[in-house]
Design a protein around this ligand. Structure first.
Ligand code: 5GP
Length: 111
């Protein structure tokens, strides 16, 4: 099923892109919850973290490296949180795997 992120990846919708490789794209969240709020995701359409498999182990490492590089670029390498919402009850609203990189302020407790 196509999602809004699938359409951004295909270039059908605009985004404020901060990072891209052949497998990964990252762009600013449209409704930022922190001074730095970047969405990092594979271009491959994987619905969420729980849908990843053994075949995606390399991709997971690349997503983490992307997060490190983006945090450095954004000047928040010592002040960020990387998270993913898995499933509607965890707050997932777009069913294309993505990680939120939040930073640039004092981050509060998680629920
Ligand atoms: P989720 O709730 O699935 O963990 O996160 C979805 C995130 O995508 C939300 O933080 C929301 O603000 C962001 N978002 C939804 N639609 C768009 C869009 O069209 N463009 C961008 N840049 N972010 C979006």
């Amino acid at each position: 099923m196509d999602t809004v992120f699938g359409r951004i990846i295909k270039g059908e919708l605009p985004c404020d892109k901060v990072y891209e490789t052949d497998e990964i794209i990252a762009f600013k969240d449209i409704n930022p919850k922190a001074p730095v709020h970047i969405l990092i995701m594979p271009k491959k359409a994987i619905p969420n973290l729980q849908s990843m498999g053994e075949q995606d182990l390399g991709l997971m490492g690349k997503l983490v490296v992307a997060a490190q590089e983006i945090a450095l670029d954004m000047g928040v390498a010592d002040n960020y949180r990387l998270l993913t919402n898995n499933g509607p009850k965890a707050g997932q609203s777009v069913f294309h795997l993505h990680f939120h990189l939040l930073g640039g302020k004092i981050l509060g407790d998680l629920d």
